[in-house]
Ligand binder design. Structure first.
Ligand code: FAD
Length: 403
């Protein structure tokens, strides 16, 4: 669109959400400056599932071909019982039931590959300026704009409006919402992608399948899938620690990981030594909030709706946010109006997914009779039963443009 008075929008944070927001804003005809605190742009070395709502968003941002070039389109999503090793249920992502319902593919990708596709598109867009080594410490706003102040002492940046995509520990959310620290779930993840060639012996069977495998067990689970054209195999082991202590990192340790998975079936125990131990990731979310927009500052991605990863939707929702933001800024060059339209479109849906992510985690980690009932219920569903997940994988349609 050609806007008569394009805005200058600052985006804080160069993760998946921030880069996608910068791209969507520039494609809507505005000028963007994105500031990232890290010295270099990057993502962590693990995988990411992109449900069809995310691949639709990537399509709308013009980067789906670049993402597809290295992503894997898994044939199935499979839930296994981590104790017995039996298949509980699966969804067939190549069935006509899938393609009838979803126009876009289910993809799994290396985070770095998705991040690089978004970064390249931003670098190639003449309206986007990218700055690293800029940590936003404060923001003040008046009727005409927002001034960002940086911890490193750089000159302040003035913009007509700001998109805060600064993640789970968002500084801007802290200032604007003040809802304290993120909520720790007491679960921790060990994760990483390793060259598929290292999956030898019995593990080669795991890597031979392109399916997304979720091994659900009592207070633990393991997720596996290939990424980067099948050259890497991603594994995520998640478990609840009995030793959680706030303000300490001495819980959710490698020893606890081994202990929690000791009773798992052979296939899961075989996989465990190949799960990356480089770093542990305590898992947090926050309670939903009703206000994402504060004057000329709008929250986006994890800064707006940090969620547990059990529905694999955090980044997908950030991508949906970016598309909705771009559409709103394409319709109105009044930041207040555009931000209100963006938040109205996105808040209810993201909140529902945030809440359901917690629930799905509880279902996944059931023990004893609960797990037996879950397995009975889920195993009665066929591989083409998309009814329950369809609302998650289908974004709310954009409102019709005003005539
Ligand atoms: P972030 O990725 O946190 O980016 C924030 C950026 O802001 C960072 O680059 C940071 O350096 C920068 N920043 C922070 N503070 C400042 C500041 N003050 N000034 C300037 N810059 C700043 N989602 C899915 O969709 N599918 C999945 O399969 C999936 N699996 C997951 C598995 C695990 C184990 C976990 C933990 C999460 C998973 N997620 C998944 C969620 C997903 O990773 C996040 O929701 C998503 O990455 C959030 O992106 P973001 O850009 O909003 O935030």
């Amino acid at each position: 669109p050609v806007l008569t008075s394009p805005l200058h929008i600052a985006v804080v944070g160069g993760g998946i959400g921030g880069l996608a927001a910068a791209l969507a804003t520039a494609r809507a005809g505005h000028r963007v400056t994105l500031v990232e605190r890290a010295a270099r742009f990057g993502e962590i070395g693990a995988g990411l599932q992109l449900a069809p709502n995310a691949s639709l968003a990537l399509d709308e941002l013009g980067v789906l071909p670049a993402v597809r070039a290295s992503a894997v389109a898994p044939p199935r999503l499979v839930m296994m019982d981590a104790l017995t090793g039996d298949e509980v249920t699966s969804l067939d992502l190549r069935s006509s039931a899938y393609t009838d319902r979803f126009a876009h593919p289910y993809l799994v990708t290396h985070r770095t590959d998705l991040h690089a596709a978004l970064l390249t598109a931003c670098q190639e867009h003449p309206a986007v300026t990218l700055r690293t080594g800029h940590t936003v410490a404060e923001a003040d706003q008046d009727g005409s704009g927002v001034h960002l102040h940086f911890a490193e002492g750089h000159a302040p940046l003035t913009a007509d409006a700001v998109v805060a995509a600064d993640g789970l520990h968002s500084r801007l959310r802290q200032v604007l919402v003040g809802d304290g620290e993120p909520v720790c779930s007491r679960y921790v993840a060990f994760r990483g992608a390793l060259p598929t060639g290292k999956m030898t012996g019995r593990m080669s069977q795991h890597a031979a399948s392109e399916a997304v495998m979720v091994w659900a067990g009592p207070r633990m689970h393991l997720v596996q899938y290939p990424v980067r054209r099948g050259e890497l195999y991603n594994q995520v082991a998640v478990f609840e620690s009995d030793h959680y202590t706030p303000d300490s990192d001495d819980w959710g340790t490698e020893a606890e990981l081994e202990e929690r998975f000791a009773g798992a079936c052979r296939a899961v125990r075989d996989a465990l030594p190949l799960v990356s131990r480089d770093r542990r990731w305590p898992l947090y979310d926050r309670a939903p909030i009703s206000t994402w927009v504060h004057g000329r500052i709008a929250l986006l991605g994890d800064a707006a709706h940090p969620m547990l990863q059990y529905l694999a939707q955090g980044a997908c929702q950030a991508l949906e946010d970016a598309v909705a933001l771009g559409q709103a800024l394409g319709r109105s060059a009044d930041p207040a109006e555009a931000f209100a339209a963006y938040a109205d479109r996105r808040r209810e849906r993201a909140t529902l997914i945030q809440i359901n992510a917690r629930r799905f985690g509880e279902i996944c980690h059931l023990e004893g009779m609960g797990a037996t009932l879950r397995n009975m219920l889920l195993s009665s569903r066929g591989p083409e039963a998309f009814d329950d997940i369809s609302w998650v994988w289908t974004p709310t349609p954009a409102p019709a443009p005003a005539l």
